[in-house]
Structures are given as structure tokens and as C-alpha cells.
Design a protein around this ligand. Structure first.
Ligand code: SAH
Ligand code: SF4
Length: 339
């Protein structure tokens, strides 16, 4: 049975039209789901008994469950149990400008990036839309607060689960849904070119982040196997198209790995690759994990890399660290319990 949270606004309207219901019913139902956050059809007291029984007949109201929470000062990591027994994680970050949640898009990931914990575990399956939406709903309910911004940077490659991610984006962005502004939502991809092409045609103002991590094909293919299918030149040229088409700036993620991609030459090569593009580079201090031998680049090396990019006229920031102590940094999430 399809879950009620799998429907975007237009899809639910169509379903209701099939029941001969007026279109304002959809708005009423969405207010119950996303503003009042009820947990059953029976609580939707302004709907007729007849409509409630049809909904119950056709749709499920299944919820994922919070299994454990781990907290540090500015971060909370949530481990969720899915209805089939799989596990995923999401991370809440408390910024001075508001609350932000990093959600997972798949159970595991097939992209196999050499430095990534999520990729170490192969993809088990895509998350359904409801399983992504409910990560946010459950955190909002847990805190009794609204989430201000969302990043899709947890476990999984969002553009390998494209349709469900787009539906999720429409739901959280809709004013009757979670009403999170598009400019407060960021999708991060390892660089799946056909999906970047589709994404740029959508009438959504959502931010795009691209994991680059290396300034040449030889190194990038070693770190990120996806580069063999979608090499750097092709990736950069689609990003240039994206910038022209959408008039939006792209975030370039670059994880700083000691002795691997952190030299002056790498910085200069990166600067020339990105020259003249409307991008900003986010240097990410690598979070070391016990299973993978990569080390974090030294602080002064990261600063030097930063300065070199700046001097070459590239917009650049160093990512503030969140939750390293509880393994809650984005990209360090695991799809397995108790590992
Ligand atoms: N699959 C998507 C989104 C999830 S990963 C992507 O790759 O973009 C989110 C970001 O975290 C990516 O830039 C990823 O390369 C980075 N990352 C992965 N493992 C990390 C680690 N241990 N420390 C820091 N960043 C990491
Ligand atoms: Fe998957 Fe992203 Fe990790 Fe690569 S970095 S393995 S694409 S989650």
C-alpha cells in the first residue's frame, strides 16, 4: 500500500479527484499532515467519515521510528529504524541562523567513494519519499520546533534516487507542506550528469552542491569511481550550463585528505578548473573513520589551500565542523546499527 507521505500536492489532488472530492480537501489533509502533524487519518476531524474510510483503505500511514539519539553541543544524530528493519541516520545541526537537518536518501550507497563510510556499505535500496519526509517530521516533533533548512548529504547518492528526491523536495518546499524555502534546501551529488541536466530544467530554486574532491581525472577517478562514467571536463561543462540556465551559484565540495589532494599544485589546478565560474568552494576537513585509512589534512595546510584559492579569485570557505565527536558529520553516517 502506498504511504500518504509519498504523494506530492498534485498527486494527492488527483487521487482525491478520483474520489469525487473537491480540490480544497487536499489542502485540509496537508494541514493535518504537515502543520498539525497528526499520526492517523481518524484525527482529521474536518473530513467526512466516508473520505476517511476511503483513505484508510487505499493508503498507509506507516512511520519510521527513532531508534536512538546521540547528542553533542550543537548536534543531534538520529538513528532511524525503517519498517523493513533497515537503518538510516539524519543529523540535526544548530546554527546561529537556525536549525538545519542533513537527511539520508538511500540505505547505503553504490558510488563507492574511497574515503566515505556510506559508500563502504553497498546500496541496499532507495528510500521511499515518505522515509525521507519523515526524517524531518520526526525531528520536528522530537524538538517541538520547526526546521529552517535541509541538506541532502546523509547516506546515499540523491541523484541515484532521483524521482523520490524530487517528490521530497516538492513536499518540503510547498507552502502547505513543510514550507521550507527553496534557498534553504541543498542537494549534494557526486556528479551524475544526466540527472544534473534534468534537475536544472525544474522550476525549483533549490541549491546544488557537487562533490569534486580532486582537480584532475586521474586523482578523481581514484577517489570517486563515478568519475570514470562522468569525467571532469564533462562535469564542469554541464555545471557551466547549469549556472547560465538557472543563474544560481553552485557549491563545490572538496574534502581535504592529507597528502592526497591537499598540495599547492592541487589548489592551483582547482583554481584554474573553476576560473570564471559562479561557484564557491567549501573545503571540508575530513572526518577520519576507523575503517578507512585516509587522514585529515593538517589545519595549516587547509589554511594554505584556502589562501591560494582566494588569491586566485575563487570564493572559498572552510566548513565549520559539526558533531565530529559523535560521528555525526555529514558523509560519515552509517546504514547499519551498532557498527
Ligand atoms: N552522495 C552525495 C551526498 C552525500 S555525501 C555526495 O557525495 O555528494 C555528502 C558529502 O560528505 C560529500 O561531499 C562527501 O564526499 C562528503 N564526505 C563523505 N565522507 C566524508 C568524511 N568522512 N568526512 C568529511 N566529508 C565526507
Ligand atoms: Fe556515496 Fe556520496 Fe559517499 Fe560517494 S561520498 S560513497 S556518493 S554518499
Amino acid at each position: 500500500m502506498n504511504n500518504i507521505y509519498n504523494y506530492d500536492y498534485d498527486e494527492l489532488t488527483t487521487l482525491l479527484e478520483g474520489y469525487n472530492e473537491k480540490s480544497y480537501r487536499c489542502k485540509q489533509i496537508w494541514q493535518w499532515l504537515y502543520q498539525k502533524k497528526v499520526l492517523s487519518f481518524d484525527e482529521m476531524t474536518n473530513l467526512s467519515k466516508d473520505l476517511i474510510s476511503k483513505l484508510k483503505n487505499d493508503l498507509s500511514f506507516d512511520y519510521i521510528k527513532i531508534k536512538t539519539k546521540q547528542e553533542s553541543d550543537l548536534t543531534k544524530k538520529y538513528l532511524f529504524e525503517l519498517t523493513d528493519g533497515n537503518y538510516i541516520e539524519a543529523v540535526l545541526m544548530m546554527h546561529d541562523y537556525g536549525l538545519s537537518v542533513c537527511v539520508s536518501s538511500q540505505v547505503g550507497c553504490n558510488m563507492g567513494c574511497a574515503f566515505c563510510e556510506s559508500g563502504r556499505l553497498k546500496k541496499v535500496r532507495n528510500l521511499e519519499t515518505y522515509e525521507i519526509v519523515e526524517q524531518i517530521l520526526l525531528i520536528e516533533r522530537d524538538l517541538n520546533k520547526r526546521i529552517d533548512s535541509v541538506v541532502i548529504m546523509g547516506i546515499g547518492e540523491p541523484f541515484d534516487n532521483y524521482d523520490n528526491i524530487i517528490r521530497f523536495l516538492k513536499i518540503i518546499n510547498n507552502p502547505y507542506g513543510l514550507a521550507i524555502g527553496a534557498r534553504h534546501i541543498t542537494v549534494s551529488t557526486s556528479g551524475i550528469i544526466p540527472k544534473i541536466k534534468e534537475f536544472m530544467m525544474l522550476p525549483l530554486q533549490i541549491n546544488l552542491a557537487v562533490s569534486l574532491h580532486a582537480p584532475n581525472d586521474e586523482l578523481r577517478s581514484r577517489l570517486m569511481p563515478v568519475n570514470k562514467a562522468y569525467p571532469l571536463n564533462d562535469l564542469i561543462s554541464i555545471l557551466k550550463e547549469y549556472i547560465v540556465k538557472t543563474n544560481r551559484r553552485i557549491t563545490i565540495e572538496y574534502v581535504m585528505l592529507k597528502g592526497v589532494n591537499d598540495s599547492d599544485e592541487h589548489a592551483l589546478e582547482l583554481a584554474s578548473l573553476l576560473k570564471g565560474m559562479n561557484v564557491y568552494v567549501n573545503l571540508i576537513p575530513y572526518n577520519e573513520t576507523s575503517h578507512i585509512e585516509f587522514k585529515r589534512a593538517d589545519k595549516d595546510i587547509i589554511m594554505k589551500f584556502y589562501d591560494l584559492l582566494k588569491r586566485k579569485g575563487i570564493n572559498v570557505t572552510i566548513r565549520k565542523e559539526f558533531g565530529a565527536g559523535i560521528d555525526a558529520a555529514c558523509g560519515q553516517l552509517r546504514a547499519k546499527e551498532g557498527e
